[in-house]
Structures are given as C-alpha cells and as structure tokens.
Design a protein around this ligand. Structure first.
Ligand SMILES: Cc1cc2nc3c(=O)[nH]c(=O)nc-3n(C[C@H](O)[C@H](O)[C@H](O)COP(=O)(O)OP(=O)(O)OC[C@H]3O[C@@H](n4cnc5c(N)ncnc54)[C@H](O)[C@@H]3O)c2cc1C
Length: 467
C-alpha cells in the first residue's frame, strides 16, 4: 500500500466522506480535485455566501442538526454564543424561530443555516488531513475540474480542465447530483433557471414588489421564500408556487426525548403494491400513536440503512416503484420555513397551485406560466417573476464526468430513473468508487429513500470502506 496513489474528485460532503475512508489505508499521496477543493466539505449545498448579502445565512438545512450528524449538532452547541451573535438582527428572524428549542435545551434540534454546516465540514476536512499527514499520507487539494478518466492495466489517468494529468492506482468520484430540469422560457427577463447564483437578479424583482412564483414545491422553493424574507417584510411579500401535489411538505419537528418510529415489515414481497400496503399500515400506525414526521422518516431511514430494500422485495423494478412512493410518503422539510409558509398562506400572501408547469412566457410586465392540471387541461397564470425550483427530473443533465462514465458503461442507468453503480459503490474492476445523490441502485440494492440526504451519503461511503 505504501506506494499507492489515490485521487478523489469533488469537494462536497461525499468527497470528504471518501477522504475519511483513506485513514489507515497507508496511501502515499491523496489528491482531491474539486472546483473548490480548498474549501473541501462545502460542495454546492453549504457554499460560503457573499459577504454582506442580506440572504447570507438565510438558507437552512432541511433537518434538525442531529439528524444530519450528531457531531455537527455538538459543534453547533459549543459555538452557540458566536452563532447567536452572527444571526442577531437578521431577517427572517432565525434566532426567534430557534428560541423554543434553545429554551428547551435542544440546540441539537435547530435547522442550522447551511453555511454553518459548511464551516463545520471544512473544519472536519482540516482535521482529517492532519490525521492523514500524521500517518504519513500527503494530501493535496487541487482547485480544478476533472474532464476525463481512463483506465489502464495498473493505473487510472485523470485529466483536468487546466491540462494536468494525474496517474493514480485508485479513485473516488463524488460529483454531486444532476442539473435541475429546465422549462422553456425559464431564463428570461422575468424568470431565472435556479435560485442559486441568481439571487441578485431575483432580489431586484422582490424589492420592486413583484409576485415571486416558484416552479416546484420542495427545498429550493423554501429557499426562495427565505430569500424574499431576507429582503422585504412579510407584510409586503407576494409569493406563489406550483407543484404536482400542490401541498407544502410536512415540517420535520424535533421533540425531546428523541425517538424514532420502529417499523415492522415482513420479507418476501413479490410486488411493490403488497410491500407498500405494509409500509402504509406502519406509517398510519405511527401517526395514530402520535409520531411526528421527523420520527417516522428518521425511523424508516435507519431501518432501511440496516435492512436494505432488496431483502424485502427481490424484483428490482418492483423495488424501484417502492422507492418512488416512499420519496413522497416520507418527505419533509425545514421546520422554520414551513411554519412561516403556513402562516403566510393563512394571511393570503402565498398561493399554491396544483399541476405541472409546461412553459414560461415573458409578458410586457412579468411572466405567464402555462400549467397543466391532472385532467390535462391547461391554464395560463400571470405572475411577476418565475424561479425554477423543480430540482432534478426528466431531461436533467449529468456533469460531464458522470456522462463520460455512463458512456464507458462504468455506471448504468437504473430501472425507474437514477444511476446504478456496483456493490460498495464500486465501478468496473473495483479500483474506482462513485457516489452522488443521483444514485438509486448500489449493487443489488435499490436505495429505499433518496440520497439527497447528507446522512445517507455519508453512511453509504463509510459502509463502502468496511467491506
Ligand atoms: C441547494 C441544496 C440544498 C440541500 N440541502 C440539504 C439539506 O438541507 N439536508 C440534506 O441532507 N441534504 C441536502 N441537500 C442534498 C445534497 O445533495 C447532499 O446532502 C450533499 O450536500 C451532496 O453532497 P455531494 O458532495 O454529494 O455533492 P455536492 O455538494 O453537489 O458536491 C459535488 C462537488 O463536486 C464538484 N464537481 C463535480 N464534477 C466535478 C469534476 N469533474 N471535477 C471536479 N469537481 C467536480 C461540483 O462542483 C461540486 O462542488 C441539498 C442539496 C442542494 C443542492
């Protein structure tokens, strides 16, 4: 092992989790190549915000801190005074929203600003690098983008955007999820294709008093609401969103003492329908017993991490139907923002439309959104400014390296969507590991709940190292 060279592609939490698995491996040199590798651990979700921007620290983690990682929750608690100082006087008033939890001694339960999670991950990366260098493993962080990968007999060659070539014995690839799906007209004078990176443009319309209309009703839509709240008081807010289910996701509310639902499910199902009816029964029993969505979701997540879906239902195409439904049944979102959203719906400041957006049209004063409802009829909804928050879906594109690995047949396309990789996250002969939120199948296992979840990603990486 002593002479082995290893590379990690990516700079987010998955790349950092891969770096952690290098401890004790005796590599001579590990090179981490990411767009922003010098801030390893942040990735896209926990990027550092612009200094002085009103929306800096506005975007929150969707789950209580200890559901993301108990060690992060402890880190947050240790720094609470500093965090309270940073967050004082900001709009929306995060400290007031956190206050009931803080008063109950439950800092572990707050929805932390994602930038703080990035701070924690960066500090963690520094510690891991220190431990690796104490073991004699040199770590280099390279701000660059890998554009090609080829496998020779003994070595893997990575080529980068800046023209470097790196020969390594093994590599881990963590490039993040695919782009959000696009809609005709979503990047126009009154529309933006995403919230992230377009805040300045969206902010102009928010402060001018336009209605802000989100395509999609999940996490990114909740971020847009926080962006609006950071700029104008709630009394001036005009907000709308359209999603197929036409509902606000349930909030993930922590309670003390923490508990998790413990499902009891039988094995040997032949169809998704029979397994789903059992799961439905368990969810309803938990709800009847008073369990919160957080408890049910965390309980099922632990259960399926312990006992993968293929142990209940062997047919992979039936298993993929199960995971699609579970994604909806167990969905949940940021407590603070969903409480605000419910209040604002009650006050008439937020409208919710049910249906599928087809396209966006610019008008002389704003936008018109073409929406198809469940029986196929199309209506046209006028609004001020549209933000695409739809997330990954049909037509989304993968990053170029993933697209290349798919074309080399090192990564497959799973039944029912998403990426299929080998057991223990291995590709090809086994010297390459890969993991991203877009993965839905790992070896024989169809992932029961989506990997758009920091805890799940870290769990699968750590498991891939033990086997
Ligand atoms: C805005 C947002 C908010 C989220 N909020 C939550 C949340 O609250 N809770 C939760 O559990 N999960 C959340 N998620 C889900 C999230 O995807 C994961 O939790 C996690 O952050 C994903 O980490 P990652 O390292 O796999 O990918 P990413 O964070 O996407 O990092 C991948 C990185 O690799 C870089 N990269 C890609 N290709 C290359 C290449 N060829 N060469 C070099 N570098 C490359 C990318 O630029 C990117 O920075 C969120 C995701 C997003 C996008």
């Amino acid at each position: 092992m002593a002479d082995r060279l290893h590379a990690i592609v990516g700079d987010g939490i998955t790349a950092l989790a891969f770096l952690e698995t290098c401890l004790g491996q005796g590599f001579r040199h590990v090179t981490v190549i990411g767009r922003n590798a010098s801030q390893l651990g942040r990735g896209i979700a926990s990027a550092k915000g612009a200094e002085g921007a009103p929306w800096r620290y506005a975007y929150l983690l969707n789950s209580p801190a200890d559901d993301i990682d108990p060690e992060f929750a402890a880190w947050l608690e240790r720094r609470w005074d500093k965090i309270a100082e940073t967050m004082a006087g900001r709009q929306p008033d995060w400290l007031s929203a956190a206050q009931p939890l803080v008063a109950a001694g439950d800092i572990y339960g707050v929805n932390a600003p994602r930038e703080f999670y990035g701070d924690y991950m960066e500090a963690r990366a520094r510690d891991v690098i220190k431990s690796l260098s104490a073991e004699g493993t040199k770590v280099t962080l390279l701000n660059d983008v890998v554009v090609g990968l080829s496998q020779g007999t003994d070595m893997i060659t990575l080529s980068t955007q800046t023209g470097q070539q790196l020969d390594v014995h093994s590599a881990d690839i963590a490039p993040g999820g695919p782009d959000t799906m696009r809609f005709e007209g979503d990047d126009g004078p009154f529309s933006a294709p995403s919230v992230f990176g377009y805040e300045d443009r969206i902010a102009e319309h928010i402060t001018a008093g336009a209605e802000i209309f989100c395509i999609g009703g999940n996490a990114a839509m909740l971020d847009v609401l926080r962006l609006c709240q950071s700029l104008i008081p709630d009394e001036r807010l005009k907000f709308a969103f359209c999603a197929p289910e036409g509902e606000i996701p349930p909030p993930l509310v922590p309670r003390l003492p923490r508990k998790q639902t413990v499902p009891s499910l039988t094995q040997g199902h032949e169809t998704a329908e029979s397994f789903l009816s059992e799961i439905r029964r368990e969810i309803e029993a938990a709800e009847a017993a008073g369990d919160e969505r957080r408890e049910i979701r965390a309980g099922f997540r632990s259960y399926f991490l312990e006992t993968p879906l293929d142990q209940f239902i062997a047919d992979t195409s039936e298993a993929s139907k199960v995971s699609k439904v579970l994604r909806f049944w167990l969905r949940g979102g940021t407590r603070d923002t969903i409480f605000d959203m419910r209040r604002l719906v009650g006050a008439g400041a937020v409208r919710i439309l049910k249906g599928r957006v087809l396209r966006v049209e610019a008008t002389s004063t704003g936008a018109a959104i073409h929406i198809q409802d469940h029986d196929g009829s199309v209506s046209v909804e006028p609004t001020g400014f549209v933000v695409n928050c739809a997330g990954a879906g049909p037509g989304s594109t993968f990053d170029p390296l993933t697209a290349d690995l798919i074309s080399q047949k090192l990564i497959g396309l799973a039944d029912g969507g998403g990426l299929a990789i080998g057991a223990n996250c291995r590709l090809g002969g086994g010297e390459i590991r890969y993991l991203s939120p877009a993965v839905t199948k790992i070896g024989r296992e169809t992932v029961a709940m989506p990997l758009y979840d920091a805890h799940m990603l870290r769990s699968y990486v750590s498991r891939s190292a033990k086997s």
